[in-house]
Design a protein around this ligand. Structure first.
Ligand SMILES: Cc1ncc(COP(=O)(O)O)c(C=O)c1O
Length: 386
């Protein structure tokens, strides 16, 4: 059963119903639903006058946020570390995974730099090789990636983005995860462009660490996100950064001066600092909305929008669809190469269609509350009709 998009827009995104923007830039920054704005205002007001805060405004907020992140990806909340962004999860993997001199960390060209520089630095520090497989056209060479996993004993880590930030290509992380697990290869996934428009069973996909900022497709504020760490790995990984927050005793203020370095038993050991309660409360509200609508229903809605883009691209002249046409190979990022990208972008902007230009492509990134009519308006503006 699908949800009522019109009612959803009226309730949570009234500016969209009023036509103030055709917002299709979720691959950059997600808008905040009304319930999330209200939650920020309410807890923010108590934060401004902290004597008004109650115990429920502190740790239960984080517990709720971890629980909802877990629900979204088919995990349990003890495997979720709240983090301020995706990059912390990349750094945790690059620094805590076990590999050394001569080992290969495998990735591909076309990755967002957040999933490049931490590995470059860690490989340099440990004498490992950070190997980027070339693209075929606009897409990663998944067959070559699988071949290397299956045949190169030096490969110790595979690190990929589930969905490409610019082409919208989606890796088959279930197949890659199974191949990695069969060979004891550690598997890291940057999921920021996938979680939200897609459903995920992170355990079935054999992912070791998954990092996801919530500022885009999870329609949450900047500075909030999460990292999943596979249960069996948690106790084996040494936290990359150390603060006062990650210890088993950190919640017990009477034990501050015991200086007991024992890590928390669960993924909280990878959290470092006093995490923002207002922001994570907001994230919990936003993810709560997605869970309420139904992740599968959202996935179906975004897929239908993608199908419409494919049908358009099949008939439009002068517009190349860069994203894979096959539904299992795309998510919410829809990329187009037009004859004159700057002119297409100007037409979209003039019609208040929020979009991005990335790597020479127009990127439309519609989400769960966008309508087919909105997408059609945007698609019609891509091609030069003169
Ligand atoms: C694939 C990918 N990874 C990471 C990021 C951002 O990383 P962070 O959340 O650390 O700012 C982006 C976009 O900004 C992205 O597209």
């Amino acid at each position: 059963m699908s949800y009522d998009v019109k009612a959803l827009r009226a309730r949570e995104f009234p500016w969209a119903e009023r036509g103030e923007s055709i917002y299709m830039d979720h691959a950059s920054t997600g808008p905040l639903p009304a319930r999330t704005r209200d939650a920020i205002a309410s807890l923010g007001a108590r934060r401004a006058e902290p004597w008004r805060l109650t115990q429920d405004d502190y740790y239960p907020v984080h517990a709720k946020a971890r629980e909802r992140c877990a629900q979204l990806i088919g995990a349990t909340s003890d495997t979720i570390a709240l983090m301020t962004n995706t990059s912390h999860g990349v750094n945790l993997s690059a620094r805590a995974f076990e590999y050394g001199k001569g080992d290969v960390i495998l990735s591909t060209h076309g990755e967002f730099p957040a999933n490049i520089y931490p590995w470059m630095a860690a490989a340099r520090a440990r004498g490992a090789e950070f190997r980027l497989l070339p693209l075929i056209g606009d897409w990663p060479d998944e067959a070559a990636l699988m071949r290397a996993i299956e045949t190169d004993p030096k490969v110790k880590v595979v690190s990929i983005s589930w969905v490409s930030f610019w082409s919208g290509h989606r890796f088959d992380i279930v197949a890659i995860g199974a191949a990695c697990r069969a060979r004891g290869i550690l598997f890291f996934v940057d999921a920021i462009q996938g979680v939200g428009p897609l459903t995920l069973d992170v355990i079935a996909a054999n992912v070791d660490i998954l990092a996801c900022g919530a500022q885009k497709w999870l329609v949450s504020p900047w500075g909030v996100g999460f990292t999943y760490v596979r249960k069996e790995l948690i106790q084996k990984l040494e936290p990359a950064e150390v603060g006062w927050w990650a210890q088993a005793s950190s919640g017990d203020y009477a034990k501050f001066l015991d200086y007991d370095p024992a890590w928390a038993a669960d993924a909280k050991r990878f959290e470092v600092i006093t995490l923002d309660f207002v922001g994570f409360n907001a994230m919990a509200e936003s993810i709560g909305l997605l869970l309420e609508l139904g992740p599968k229903e959202i996935e179906a809605h975004v897929k239908a929008l993608g199908d419409r883009a494919v049908a358009f691209a099949d008939s439009a002249k002068g517009v190349e669809f860069v994203t894979p046409r096959e539904p299992s190979r795309r998510a919410g990022v829809l990329a187009f190469r037009t004859k004159d990208v700057a002119a297409s972008s100007a037409r979209l902007a003039a019609a208040k269609v929020c979009h991005s230009v990335r790597t020479g492509c127009i990127r439309l990134a519609p989400h769960f509350y966008n309508t087919v009519q909105e997408l059609e308006t945007a698609l019609e503006l891509l091609a030069d009709r003169t």
